[in-house]
Design a protein around this ligand. Structure first.
Ligand code: FEO
Length: 176
């Protein structure tokens, strides 16, 4: 049955697995940002929470984009199981340290697919994944910019918290 299906698609099985993994990673990223938005909201960082809600929505579109691509090219898109995500953070800054780590991990996963595409001569999927390369570059820049703001503004004072919340939300609006 599996062999028969393979005759109807140029999608190599190893690449299909990696694409399904990417779909799960993007879906998890959406859940992680949603948990961050909730933490930020309940800790008084309303503007930054808005930024994270937007990130969560963006990740949902990244997830659907890869999910639909798998189907379009004749593969089997597997609906990802929702992962447990971190709900509590020790500080405002930690949220962004984790966000940056997560984005770097996503970039590595994207690169892994492209490396595999080159090995298997799957230029269609490589071209498709290039959109993610560009997206990841922007997302890493944004996460790093937020962390730079923590170096410039004192997180421990009330006015610093207020200013950080304002400035980080601007990164979101520039991106939009
Ligand atoms: Fe779509 Fe930020 O990973």
């Amino acid at each position: 049955m599996k062999d028969l299906l393979r005759t109807h698609t140029s999608l190599q099985e190893g690449i299909e697995k990696l694409l399904n993994l990417q779909s799960k990673i993007e879906n998890d990223a959406s859940s992680k940002y949603l948990a961050m938005a909730s933490w930020l909201d309940r800790n008084g960082f309303e503007n930054t929470a808005g930024y994270m809600y937007k990130q969560a929505e963006e990740e949902r579109t990244h997830f659907l984009k890869v999910f639909k691509y798998i189907t379009e090219i004749g593969g089997i898109a597997i609906t990802p199981v929702v992962a447990e995500v971190k709900q509590e953070f020790s500080s405002f800054k930690e949220v962004f340290e984790i966000a940056l780590q997560n984005e770097i991990a996503v970039t590595h996963a994207v690169n892994k697919i492209i490396a595999k595409c080159r090995l298997e001569n799957d230029y269609a999927t490589e071209e498709f994944m290039m959109w993610y390369v560009k997206e990841q570059r922007e997302e890493e820049i944004n996460a790093r910019r937020a962390l730079e703001l923590f170096d410039l503004i004192d997180e421990d004072s009330a006015s610093g918290k207020f200013e950080l919340d304002k400035q980080i939300a601007k990164i979101g609006s520039v991106e939009a």
